[in-house]
Design a protein around this ligand. Sequence first.
Ligand SMILES: NC(=O)c1ccc[n+]([C@@H]2O[C@H](COP(=O)([O-])OP(=O)(O)OC[C@H]3O[C@@H](n4cnc5c(N)ncnc54)[C@H](O)[C@@H]3O)[C@@H](O)[C@H]2O)c1
Ligand SMILES: [Zn+2]
Length: 430
Amino acid sequence: MNKLEQAREKINKTDLEMAALWVERMAAVKEVSDYKKEHGAPVLDSNREAELLENNLKAIPDELKPYYAEFLKAVIGVSKSYQRDRSSAEKGYIRLELGDRSYDIAVRRGGLSYAKDMMNLSRKVLIVTDDGVPKQYAETVATQCAEPYIITLPQGEKTKCLKSFEELLKLMLEKRFTRGDCVVAVGGGVIGDLAGFAASAYMRGIDFYNIPTTTLSQIDSSIGGKVAVDLDGYKNTVGAFWQPRFVLVDPDVLKTLDKRQVSAGLAEAVKMSACFDKDLFELFENCDIDENLEEIIRRSLMIKKSVVERDEKESGLRKVLNFGHTIGHGIETAENGRLCHGECVALGMLPMCSKEIRPRLLRVLKKLGLPTVIEADIAAVKSAALHDKKSEKSGVSIVTVEEIGSFKIEKTDFGGLFDRLDNYLKETAI
Ligand SMILES: NC(=O)c1ccc[n+]([C@@H]2O[C@H](COP(=O)([O-])OP(=O)(O)OC[C@H]3O[C@@H](n4cnc5c(N)ncnc54)[C@H](O)[C@@H]3O)[C@@H](O)[C@H]2O)c1
Ligand SMILES: [Zn+2]
C-alpha cells in the first residue's frame, strides 16, 4: 500500500467513525427537540451555538481553527433544519428548504383568523391589499397585529409599478418602520409581487409574509421569492429574489373570487401537473375540481417547492415553470388585457405539447372553462414574444411536454419556436 492509499484508508476509517458519531449526535438532537416541544422553547438558541464553538475550538490546533469553525457551523445548521423539519411536519406545514432562507407554508381553511399564531405580528405591520380583495381579509389580519397599517391600492396589473412601490416605502418611513418590522401581502399575485419587493428593499430587506388570496397566488406566485414590479409596460423588469418568512394559504378566501379568476389560476396547476405529476393531471381529468381544490393547491405547492429548492434563482430547472409562458406572454400582450395571464398560459401550452397528449390537455382546459383557441393576431403574438425575451441573445429556452408528467427543456432560436407555433396552427386549422 503506498502513502496515498494509506492516507485514504485513514480518511475512510475516520469518516465511518464520524458517521456513527453523527447518528448519535442526531439522536441527541431529536431528544432536545422533543424536550423543547414539550416546554414550548424555540428551536434557535444562539448562545448555545456560540458556547459550542468556543468549547470545541480549544481542542483544535490554530491552523485548523477556521476550518473547524466552518465544519461545526455546518453540523449545527443541519441539526437546526432537522429540528425545524420535524416541527413543520408535526404542524402539517409544507417546509421549503433553502438553508437560512427556509420557510413554512400552511394550507389552512379559516387560517386567516388565527394568522398571529403562525406569524410574528407583534410589531409594526404594513398590510398591503387592493380594492378588489374583500376588505375584511386585511382587517381580520389587522386585528391580530400590535401596530397595523393597511394600505389599499387599486386592483389590477397597473398597480405593480414603481409608483406604488415608492408609496409603500414612503408609508413605512413615515410610520417609522425599522428593520425589525414587517410587511404582509393580502391579495393576489399583483399585491404579493409588489409588497414582497417593497419588503426586499426597505432598509435593505425586512420580513415579508404572504397571504395569497387568488388561486394563482395560492398555487404558484406566493412561494419562490420572485418579487417585482413592471416598468414601462414590461413585466417584472425591476425586482429581486426575496423569500417570505411564512406563507399562509387559506382556501376559504377563494369563495369570493370570481370563477374566471379561479380557472385562470388553475391553468398554472395544470401546467405543473403536465410537467411533473401524472396523478394530479388525472385528477383534473377525472374528478370534480371544486371538491378537490385544496388537494390541487397542496400538490401544486409541493411541485413548486421542490423546483425552487433545486433551483432558487432560475439557472436551470426552474425554467420548467415557464411551460406555456413564452407564447403565453406573447398572446397576453397581443390581447392587450382581454385575456388574463392564466388564460394565455393555457393557450401557450397547446403548441408546446405533443400531438398525442394535446386532446387530453384540451379536455382539461375546456372543463376549466379556459380558452382553447388562439384568436390573437399571430404576427402580434410573435413580435411580443420576441420583445419579451429580447435579453436572451443566444435564443430561447423552451419547455415541451411529450408525455404527461415529464418535460424537456431545449435551447432553440425564435425561428424554431415560431415554426412550432405555425405547425400547431396548421394542424388545428379547420
Ligand atoms: N412571483 C411569481 O413567481 C409569480 C408567478 C406567477 C405570476 N406572478 C404575477 O402574479 C400576477 C397575477 O396574479 P393574480 O392572477 O393573482 O392577479 P391579481 O393579483 O391581479 O388578482 C386578480 C383579481 O382578483 C381580485 N381578488 C384577489 N383575491 C380575491 C378574493 N379572495 N376575492 C375576490 N377578489 C379577489 C383582485 O382584486 C384582482 O382584481 C401577475 O402580476 C404575475 O406577473 C408572479
Ligand atoms: Zn404564470
